[in-house]
Unconditional design. Structure first.
Length: 330
C-alpha cells in the first residue's frame, strides 16, 4: 500500500489492493447489469432484480470511494445516477410484485432502513437537496407518516411532512431525540450516545464485521459510516468536535457541507434558454433534459448542470451529457 493511499483513506480498515479490486468489480457489475434490458415478453422479476443490484452497487461504490479518500466534490454528481437506479428498481419491482406502493427500501428491515437514512443524509451533506422529492416519492406510498427520523430529515428540505412519534428501530431513538434537544449540549449528548452504539446495533447487517475478511471471496466492506448523524449535526448547526472521536462519524462530509459554496452567480436564465451538462446554472429553477423522458430537475444557482442517467445507443443505462432547458423558477 502506498503512503499516499494510506494517508488519504478515511478508515484504517481499507487497503489499496482491496479498493482497486472492489471498485473495479462494482464498475463491471454495474455495466453488466445495465445490459439486461426490457423487451417484449421479458421477465419482469429478472429486470427488477437487475435494477435492484445496480442501485445497490452504485451506492456502495460511492461509499467505497469516500472511504478510500476520493475527493468529495466528485461524489456529488454520482447521486443522480444512484437515485435514478432506485427509481428503476421501484418501477420493475412494482410491476413484478403487482404493487404500486413497492418501496426502494423496506424501512422495517434494519439494513435497508440505514441505507435509506444514509441516502437522505447524503442529499444534505453533498448539497443535493434537489433529489429529496424523488427519494420521498420512492418511499411515501408505503411509509409516509410511519417513522420519525424519516419524516424529520425530509422535513428539513421538503414542505408538508408529518409530525410523528414512532419509529421502526429502537436503536435510532437517540438520533431522533437529538433533533429535539433543548440545547446544543443535549443534542450532542444524544448524537454521541447514538454513535457509541451505532456499529454494534448493526450486527444483523450482512456487511457487519466485513473488514475482518477483505478477500475477493467476500467484498462486503465499503466503509462503516453513520451518515445520518453527520447530516443531523449539520442541519442543527452544532459544533461537531466531540462527534469526531467516533470512527463511524464521517467528519469530512460534515466539513464539506459546511464549507460548500455554489459557484459564482451568473445572469438570470430566460424561459426556454438552454445549457449543457457541466455548465454553471445561472438561476435556481426546474430544468428539463431535452430529448429525454425524465422528470424536471431542480438545479440551484451556481451548481453545475448534471448528467442524465438514461439508455445509450447500445441500450445500457449510463450517465450521459445532456442539453438542459430552463422550464420555470423554483
Amino acid at each position: 500500500m502506498t503512503d499516499d493511499f494510506s494517508n488519504r483513506r478515511r478508515q484504517r480498515f481499507i487497503s489499496e489492493p482491496y479498493y482497486t479490486w472492489l471498485s473495479g468489480n462494482l464498475v463491471q457489475s454495474i455495466d453488466k447489469l445495465s445490459r439486461i434490458l426490457p423487451a417484449n415478453g421479458s421477465d419482469e422479476q429478472k429486470l427488477a432484480t437487475a435494477a435492484s443490484f445496480r442501485a445497490s452497487d452504485r451506492f456502495e461504490l460511492l461509499m467505497l470511494r469516500y472511504t478510500a479518500g476520493e475527493p468529495i466534490a466528485l461524489l456529488r454528481a454520482e447521486m443522480d445516477g444512484i437515485v435514478a437506479e432506485y427509481e428503476q428498481a421501484v418501477k420493475w419491482q412494482g410491476k413484478a410484485q403487482g404493487r404500486l406502493d413497492w418501496p426502494a427500501f423496506r424501512l422495517s428491515e434494519l439494513a435497508e432502513y440505514e441505507r435509506a437514512m444514509q441516502l437522505i443524509g447524503l442529499c444534505f451533506l453533498l448539497h443535493r437537496q434537489d433529489l429529496l422529492p424523488r427519494i420521498a416519492a420512492l418511499e411515501d406510498p408505503l411509509y409516509r407518516g410511519r417513522d420519525a427520523l424519516y419524516e424529520d430529515l425530509l422535513d428539513c428540505g421538503l414542505d408538508g411532512r408529518l409530525d410523528v412519534d414512532v419509529w421502526f428501530h429502537e436503536s435510532y431513538r437517540n438520533c431522533v431525540n437529538s433533533m429535539y434537544g433543548d440545547s446544543d449540549d443535549e443534542s450532542l449528548a444524544d448524537l454521541n450516545a447514538y454513535l457509541e452504539k451505532w456499529y454494534s446495533s448493526m450486527s444483523s447487517a450482512d456487511w457487519h464485521d466485513s473488514h475482518l475478511d477483505l478477500s475477493e471471496k467476500k467484498g462486503l466492506y465499503f466503509g462503516y459510516w453513520a451518515i445520518e448523524a453527520a447530516a443531523v449535526a449539520f442541519l442543527l448547526g452544532v459544533d461537531d468536535t466531540s462527534l469526531r472521536e467516533h470512527h463511524v462519524y464521517p467528519k469530512d462530509l460534515g466539513d464539506f457541507a459546511r464549507a460548500f459554496e455554489p459557484e459564482e452567480k451568473t445572469a438570470a436564465a430566460p424561459e426556454g434558454s438552454t445549457l449543457r451538462t457541466g455548465q454553471v446554472c445561472p438561476e435556481t429553477g426546474i430544468w428539463k433534459a431535452v430529448g429525454y423522458n425524465v422528470p424536471g430537475v431542480l438545479v440551484q444557482t451556481g451548481e453545475r448542470m448534471p448528467e442524465v442517467f438514461a439508455p445509450d445507443r447500445s441500450g445500457a443505462h449510463r450517465p450521459q451529457a445532456a442539453v438542459w432547458e430552463f422550464g420555470r423558477k423554483a
